[in-house]
Ligand binder design. Structure first.
Ligand SMILES: [Zn+2]
Length: 417
């Protein structure tokens, strides 16, 4: 099948006017100008008219099963306060609540042009039940928490059993020690080793809040008090930054997605560079928490791979015009705080950079021959604006979404499967 449109943004630096994409099975067979792409005998051709085709988004960090929590938590006086709220709310949620939220989150992402998501799975066994129910390419990262030494073995065992259950269902499986403060040093080390042994990406919330900083740097503060009251051994605190702490435990995997990275010293940035970590920024969650400024320039200068994630709806403002999981809204929030950043760079972070972070750089995130055919379509009526700008500023649902060569939905009548 050939899809034709007025413009194709195939990836950074590759804008095609009057373009066409040829799809064969699950993959892209060709991308180019529509005049150069003659249909083969019997090949369907669909002209999408005044539209832009671009790679479906790769959301580098999400918690789909918290999608029912929009507006349910208040910001509180500290990050530790918010954590306490979510722990309490989670105890009141049933399996059905988690599953319904997971699916509704997946629908939100699909309708707004996302094809692939790195999702933190907090309920063991749930991914295998949910994956067949959505066309979204969900890459499950099992969330692991063990701040008592007797729980370390169970965490590694859980990582192992989830890997075996999910490997055949997912494009990519990962592990996620939740954060340095919710794992023992030995647990962090064991999970990094596990990830490397199985060639898996590892995702960890790191250097997110001032509370986390105070716990590791000063051995004090609300998070220190909370974790201490839960019985975590705190003698590893007061000795360095969160990044230094993770490095000391040898807790970085060869492929680490560092989520948030809001508060970093210069030495931390060098460390992230040295271990080849990717950084995931979640702009709306960041704004809601009023975290310290995300230092994009410093990280970009260090040539770190920076990606965009939505995080969860438990940490977004439910009173803004866009309330759901939505990569367009994330880019728009990001661009408000970083007006110097080009729309192409922003799009790159929301597509190819996320793919690279997941170890899927040769498969998704770009429209290119041989890649999986994941693409979104939006209208392009404004002749004055540039194509990347129109994509970044798009609001609401996309007109069409294709995942693995199949139309997930389409508001365009002329399309038939
Ligand atoms: Zn998160």
């Amino acid at each position: 099948m050939i899809l034709q449109s007025r413009a194709i943004w195939a990836g950074k630096g590759n804008l095609i006017a009057d373009g066409a994409v040829r799809i064969r099975g699950k993959r892209i067979a060709e991308v180019g100008g529509r005049r150069e792409m003659a249909p083969e005998a019997g090949e369907p051709v669909v002209d999408l008219g005044d539209s832009i085709i671009f790679p479906a988004f790769v959301n580098a960090h999400c918690h789909l099963d918290y999608s029912g929590l929009a507006g349910k938590l208040y910001r509180g006086t500290s990050f530790a306060d918010w954590l306490a709220q979510i722990v309490l709310i989670k105890q009141s949620l049933t399996h059905d609540d988690h599953e319904a939220a997971w699916l509704s989150g997946a629908d939100m992402l699909l309708s707004t042009g996302c094809g692939t998501v790195a999702n933190i799975e907090s309920v063991p066994g749930m991914y295998a039940r949910m994956a067949p129910q959505t066309p979204l390419q969900v890459c499950p990262f099992i969330e692991l928490i063990a701040y008592h030494s007797e729980d370390e073995t169970a965490a590694v065992d859980l990582a192992q059993s989830e890997l075996m259950a999910n490997e055949s269902l997912a494009l990519k499986v990962g592990v996620s020690p939740h954060a340095p403060y919710t794992m023992t040093p030995e647990g962090l080390n064991a999970l990094a080793l596990f990830a490397d042994e199985h060639l898996l990406p590892m995702s960890i919330h790191l250097a997110e809040s001032n509370d986390e900083w105070d716990m590791f740097v000063h051995g004090a503060g609300p998070l220190y008090d909370t974790m201490s009251s839960l019985g975590r051994v705190m003698d590893d605190c007061g000795k360095g930054t969160p990044v230094q702490y993770l490095a000391k435990t040898a807790g970085f995997a060869k492929k680490s997605l560092v989520v948030h990275a809001n508060r970093l010293s210069d030495a931390d940035v060098e460390m992230l560079q040295r271990v080849g970590a990717c950084v995931v920024h979640c702009p709306r969650s960041h704004a809601w928490f009023r975290h310290a400024n995300f230092d994009y320039d410093r990280l970009a200068k260090a040539e770190l791979n920076i990606c965009i994630g939505t995080d969860s709806l438990a940490s977004t403002n439910s009173e803004t015009p866009v309330t759901g999981l939505n990569m367009f809204a994330e880019m728009q929030e990001f661009s408000q705080n970083h007006p110097q950043l080009s729309c192409e760079d922003m799009l790159q972070m929301a597509t190819a950079n996320g793919a690279t972070a997941l170890g899927l750089g040769g498969e998704i995130g770009v429209l290119k021959e041989g890649f999986i055919a994941n693409m979104a379509v939006i209208p392009y009526r404004d002749s004055m604006s540039s194509v990347p700008e129109v994509i970044v500023q798009h609001s609401c649902a996309v007109a069409m979404l294709v995942i693995e060569g199949k139309r997930v939905f389409s508001g365009i009548d002329s399309i038939v499967d």
